[in-house]
Design a protein around this ligand. Structure first.
Ligand SMILES: [Zn+2]
Length: 175
């Protein structure tokens, strides 16, 4: 079932997600519903608080770029209780968007690589070393689970430039 999305500047997007204590069928159903919601928007990631659930669950479909510069999305990957560590010193800048901040794309600087430990949807722990897009998308979703948005990572100048657009989104979706 497709779930309703929560938009900037809804307070739930600023709350920290709670750790999942047991991966139950209810959690797996939430994952399926989040996947449907993500796919309906052709998005490359979604976190549970974006659909109103304060649980540490996020899904990503990493963008894959072909030799002609066209993007497709990898199959859905589930991260429950993700814990990120060892960000690389090297960073890169690319524009990001967000389901909760429609139609706004802004350059964000992030580390090139990251290590993640998480549970899969069967409750089994796994570790991954991610680089490039995979690292970027997971860091974006992990920010959500910590009550952060990509707009918090902008320079003051960037933020000032998009402030009118942000106010318009808030007015359109929350008022
Ligand atoms: Zn987002």
């Amino acid at each position: 079932m497709k779930l309703p999305l929560f938009y900037y500047d809804h307070p739930i997007l600023r709350q920290k997600a709670l750790l999942v204590t047991e991966v139950t069928d209810e959690i797996r159903q939430l994952i399926r519903d989040m996947e449907e919601t993500m796919d309906a928007a052709a998005s490359i990631g979604i976190s549970a608080n974006q659909v109103g659930k304060l649980l540490s669950v996020c899904l990503v479909r990493y963008p894959i770029e072909d030799e002609y510069g066209n993007y497709s999305r990898a199959p859905t990957k589930v991260y429950i209780n993700p814990k990120l560590s060892n960000p690389t010193k090297q960073t890169w800048v690319h524009d990001e968007g967000c389901l909760s901040i429609p139609k706004l794309y802004v350059d964000v600087e992030r580390p090139v690589g990251i290590t993640v430990v998480a549970l899969d949807e069967n409750g089994n722990e796994f570790t991954e070393q991610l680089t490039g897009w995979a690292a970027r998308v997971l860091m974006h979703e992990n920010d959500h689970l910590n009550g952060k948005l990509f707009i918090d990572r902008l320079t003051k100048k960037q933020r000032n430039q998009i402030d009118p657009a942000l106010r318009a989104i808030d007015k359109k979706y929350n008022r």
